[in-house]
Design a protein around this ligand. Structure first.
Ligand code: XMP
Length: 514
């Protein structure tokens, strides 16, 4: 695929994944490694460059994460960011101390050495994102200052002879407008990378690897219709065709027409060669969920039923050699760096591996970020509406219907949601929103339609802006759009006489209602 790799050495900073992403955006492959990796392991991996990340500690604390200074004798270029820059200074006998004032946020930076390879092409007066309380107060021997700020005499330093570079600020965040130039300078001008990491080469190399690994074996994939499992399934289908079986469980809690859309793409009339099994299990789910109102109990029932159905299908298919999962890189990082081969119990299909008889797990996307998965999806010719699908929770509409789930409530929320999505798309707002959907409150209220009193449900519209789904703000949807959606929902969806907009952020609310 590519032999060029930039190693991001993790010292606990909050932007570590982002560094790897930014490097990959330069078409150079990058992976995050724990700072506990040994020198020997680094030698074996043979990265073209190493980036020390930021981190919350002070280098002069005994217990702070460090690395042996021998790393500089490997002859591999090093870039230190924030804590990483202070660590370089510390290891090279420079001085690091508490800054007279902390710098946080946009900071004016003056470039002192325009010929510096890291800062090559960066404006003489630029802006960078700072977030530090310590700073480099004394240069190590052999280094020179390449940039400074009002507070930081050493906002950047370098030792070009040994290819060691350091920046006190964060080039990886968007708030450092010329940060991308600096990272690109590091990987190309300093590390001498060629830029071989491209999605088309990932696709062809993955297909070859999968073919070799699976041989004539059989693979099984739980397909949810979400982007990760869809891309994994198509990649596998290109590699092994009919040796792959995909099981798609329609639990009756999908968005309107979603089951048919998934079947159109992956079923026998779709473009891919694979065995596709759609299990229409709505009745089974509605039975199990009858009378259940407690959110966690609902989630549990939905998850467990999924496993039971998958198990039944797997038994019917017989022994399989490989189980395919759509695990992606952030899942891998979040499940703990350095802990090898922890099989992630998939968010959507919790516990699956323990109940299905197979020899090995295949995770073809485990090195990719979400945006890369989408690029692979497009590269593989998966329809754009599927590739760009917004996140949809495993328990589906089950967590968007407050209280007991009934087929009637599912119909209401499906229809209302379809109208909301249609109008958001019609107004050209879909790309600007993190997630948006209709949900159903458990509230009945009095209304009047024609000359008659009604006592119907209230639909809740929810739209949020978020980058990580951990926190979110309620989106400010233009009033005319909300008003049109409201009119359409009360006119077109039987059983609804009121539409409410959820203005709550996360926290204190969550994105889903349950
Ligand atoms: P909350 O409601 O926790 O949602 O603010 C955060 C994000 O996670 C999605 N979500 C889920 N995704 N299985 C999933 O695959 C789940 O059980 C689940 N619950 C919430 C939610 O849609 C949002 O994007």
């Amino acid at each position: 695929m590519t032999n060029e790799k930039i190693m991001v050495l993790d010292f606990g900073g909050q932007y570590n994944q982002l560094i790897a992403r930014r490097v990959r955006e330069c078409n150079v492959y990058s992976e995050v490694y724990p700072h506990t990796i040994t020198l020997e392991q680094i030698r074996q991996i043979a990265p073209k460059g190493i980036i020390f990340t930021g981190g919350p500690n002070s280098v002069y604390e005994e217990s702070s994460p460090k690395y042996s200074r021998e790393i500089f004798s490997l002859g591999i270029p090093v870039l230190g960011i924030c804590y990483g820059s202070q660590l370089i200074a510390f290891l090279e006998d420079g001085d690091v101390s508490s800054a007279p004032v902390s710098e946080y946020g946009h900071t004016d930076i003056e470039v002192d050495d325009p010929e510096d390879l890291l800062l090559y092409g960066v404006s003489a007066h630029t802006v960078a994102w700072m977030s530090h309380t310590d700073y480099i107060s004394g240069l190590p021997e052999g280094f020179h200052v390449t940039a400074h700020s009002e507070v930081c005499p050493v906002a950047a330093m370098s030792c070009p002879g040994r290819k060691i570079y350091a920046v006190q600020f964060h080039p990886e965040v968007m708030h450092t407008p010329e940060g991308k130039t600096m990272l690109s300078n590091f990987v190309y001008r300093i590390c001498g990378c060629k830029g071989e990491w491209k999605m088309d080469s990932f696709v062809s190399a993955s297909i070859e690897t999968l073919k070799k690994k699976i041989g004539s074996g059989r693979a099984l994939c739980a397909l949810s219709g979400g982007v990760d499992s869809s891309v994994a399934a198509v990649l596998l289908s290109k590699a092994i065709g009919k040796q792959l079986t995909c099981v798609f469980v329609d639990h009756g809690l999908l968005r309107k027409s979603e089951g048919d859309e998934v079947e159109a793409v992956f079923g026998p009339d779709g473009p891919y060669e694979l065995n596709f099994i759609r299990v229409n299990a709505s009745q089974r789910y509605y039975e199990k969920l009858k009378g259940v109102t407690e959110p966690e109990q609902k989630r549990k029932i939905i998850g467990e039923e999924f496993i039971r159905i998958f198990e039944e299908e797997a038994r019917r298919i017989g022994a399989v050699d490989f189980l395919v999962q759509g695990t992606i890189y952030p899942d891998v990082i979040e499940s703990g760096l350095g802990k090898s081969a922890v099989i992630k119990s998939h968010h959507n299909v919790g516990g699956l591996p323990s109940v299905v008889d197979f020899k090995e797990i295949i995770e073809p996307l485990r090195l990719l970020f979400k945006d890369e998965v989408r690029r692979v999806g497009l590269e593989l010719g998966i329809p754009a509406q599927l590739v760009w699908r917004q996140p949809f929770p495993g328990p589906g509409l089950g967590v968007r219907i407050v209280g007991e789930i009934t087929p009637e409530k599912v119909r209401i929320v499906q229809e209302a949601d379809a109208i909301f999505r249609e109008e958001i798309a019609g107004a050209g707002l879909e790309n600007g929103l993190g997630q948006y959907f209709a949900a159903l409150s458990n509230m009945h209220s009095v209304g009047v339609m024609g000359d008659f009193r009604t006592y119907d449900y209230a639909v809740v519209l929810r739209a949020v802006n978020t980058s990580d789904f951990m926190t979110a703000d309620a989106a400010q949807i233009p009033w005319n759009v909300l008003s049109k959606v409201t009119t359409r929902i009360v006119n077109e969806v039987k059983g609804v006489n009121r539409v409410l907009y959820d203005c709550t952020g996360k926290p204190p609310a969550t994105i889903e209602l349950e």
